[in-house]
Design a protein around this ligand. Structure first.
Ligand SMILES: *Cc1c(COP(=O)(O)O)cnc(C)c1O
Length: 224
C-alpha cells in the first residue's frame, strides 16, 4: 500500500500541473478531466482519493474492477468509471453493467457486443474509439486510415453515439505527433472528446487538446 498522504499529494500535484498546462494552452481548466488510473491498487489506496474529491477513475481489467468498485460505488454514487484496457466480447455484459465509459472500442465485434448490451440493460455509456496511431501490430485499436469508416459504422449501423477518440502512443516514440494526429482525426470526424496523455506526457497532451488524461503512477506512485 502506498503512503496515503503522499498519494493525495500526488493527486494534488497532478491537478496543479494540469491547471498550469491548460492555462499555458489558453484552455479552460475544467475542459480537461483527470481519469485517475487505479489499476493494481486496492480500496484502501483509492479511498483517500475519493475523500479528496476525485470522482473519475480508470481501470484496465473488467474482473479487477468488478472485485473492488461495486463497494466503492455504493459509498460514492457519483463516481464515473472508465474502462481503459481491451475488452473481450464475453465480458461485454459485465463491462456495460459496471463502467460508465468505455474508451477502448477497437473492433466491430466489440462495438456490436457493447451496442447489444446497452440495449439489453437500458444503459447509455460514453464511448471512445481507440486508434492505433503508431500502427503497432501488437497493440489494440483501429488503424488511422480505417477510423472514418469504423466511426461511421458505429454511428450509422449500430446507432452508437461515439464521444471521441483515444490513443496510447508507442512507448519508444515522442508522444506529441501521435496526440496531434488524434486531435486532427477527431476534428475531421466531428468528435469533441480526446483521451490522451499519461503520467509522462499529460501536459503535452493538454497542449494538443486532450479532454481526458489518464494518469496512474504520477498519482498513486509506481505500480508494483
Ligand atoms: C496504466 C494506463 C495508464 C496510466 O499510466 P501511468 O503511466 O501510470 O500514468 C493510462 N492509460 C492506459 C490505457 C493504461 O493502461
Amino acid at each position: 500500500m502506498p503512503d496515503q498522504s503522499s498519494s493525495v499529494a500526488g493527486l494534488q500535484d497532478v491537478q496543479a500541473r494540469m491547471a498550469r498546462a491548460a492555462h499555458d494552452a489558453a484552455r479552460a481548466v475544467d475542459a480537461v478531466t483527470l481519469v485517475a488510473v487505479s489499476k493494481t491498487y486496492e480500496a484502501p489506496d483509492i479511498l483517500p482519493m475519493l475523500e479528496a474529491g476525485q470522482r473519475v477513475f480508470g481501470e484496465n481489467r473488467v474482473q479487477e474492477a468488478k472485485a473492488k468498485w461495486p463497494a466503492l460505488k455504493a459509498q460514492y454514487a457519483d463516481v464515473t468509471l472508465h474502462l481503459i484496457g481491451p475488452l473481450q466480447s464475453n465480458k461485454a455484459a459485465e463491462a456495460v453493467a459496471l463502467f460508465d465509459c468505455i474508451e477502448t472500442i477497437d473492433r466491430p465485434k466489440i462495438a456490436q457486443a457493447v451496442a447489444a448490451e446497452m440495449g439489453k440493460q437500458g444503459r447509455a455509456l460514453e464511448l471512445f474509439v481507440q486508434i492505433n496511431t503508431g500502427e503497432e501490430p501488437q497493440k489494440a485499436g483501429i488503424a488511422p486510415k480505417e477510423a472514418k469508416s469504423f466511426v461511421h459504422y458505429c454511428r450509422d449501423e449500430l446507432k452508437l453515439k461515439v464521444a471521441g477518440l483515444m490513443c496510447i502512443p508507442p512507448a519508444e516514440d515522442m508522444a506529441a505527433p501521435h496526440f496531434a494526429l488524434l486531435a486532427k482525426m477527431a476534428m475531421e470526424l466531428g468528435l469533441p472528446k480526446l483521451s490522451m496523455g499519461m503520467s509522462s506526457d499529460f501536459e503535452c497532451a493538454i497542449s494538443l487538446g486532450a479532454t481526458h488524461v489518464r494518469v496512474g503512477s504520477a498519482i498513486f506512485g509506481a505500480r508494483v
